[in-house]
Design a binder for this molecule. Structure first.
Ligand code: COA
Length: 158
């Protein structure tokens, strides 16, 4: 059985993330969306809130589970017996960071490979930070995030 982890901060999950999760769910038997608890990032949403939002928006994908992790991602992969890490690639700028991360992860644990998926062109410009910035200033982000996330952002900022 092929298993993969799709890891990230997901603060919050966007349509771009969801598109990658959907593509990955067709390639692997089981996907764990692993939400980083402590990632040197000041998050708007708590770990529980991020998990709950990802659960709500992936509820129709039967082979996708949601979990959180702390510490090294490769230790989480080892613990779960997972050999693949999914990452989405959007623009060239992503590549350098992703290459470094993939090679570092493989250097830490040589039984893990990173699989890169190209996201939907519509969402190439979407990032969680920009979605938060726009929502905070009253911008309409409803075409960039799933409805429960749009609602959660409105609730946070009103
Ligand atoms: N669609 C939309 N946005 C996307 C995206 C996609 N397909 N892919 C990435 N992004 C955005 C995210 O929204 C995020 O935007 P932001 O920075 O504005 O918030 C940014 O790209 C990167 O986010 P993400 O993909 O969630 O990665 P991350 O850098 O937040 O998290 C971890 C990376 C958690 C996987 C990594 O830090 C990790 O493994 N940490 C654990 C510690 C560890 O093992 N360290 C050693 C690893 S080298």
């Amino acid at each position: 059985m092929s298993k993969a982890v799709y890891a990230g901060t997901f603060d919050p999950v966007t349509n771009g993330h969801l598109d990658i999760a959907l593509r990955a769910s067709k390639l692997f038997d089981d996907i764990i969306i692993a939400i980083a608890e402590d990632n040197n990032k000041q998050t708007l949403f708590t770990t529980d809130e991020r998990c709950s939002l990802v659960r709500q928006v992936t509820k129709d994908l039967p082979n996708v589970k949601v979990d959180s992790f702390s510490g090294l991602l490769v230790d989480y992969c080892r613990e779960k017996g997972v050999g693949f890490i999914i990452r989405g690639l959007r623009v060239v700028l992503d590549f350098e960071k992703e290459l470094q991360m993939a090679l570092m992860n493989r250097s830490l644990y040589d039984k893990v490979d990173t699989v890169f998926l190209m996201g939907e062109a519509l969402y190439l410009f979407v990032s969680s930070s920009q979605v938060k910035d726009a929502a905070k200033l009253g911008g309409d982000i409803s075409n960039l995030v799933p409805p429960p996330v749009a609602k959660a952002l409105i609730d946070k900022f009103t």
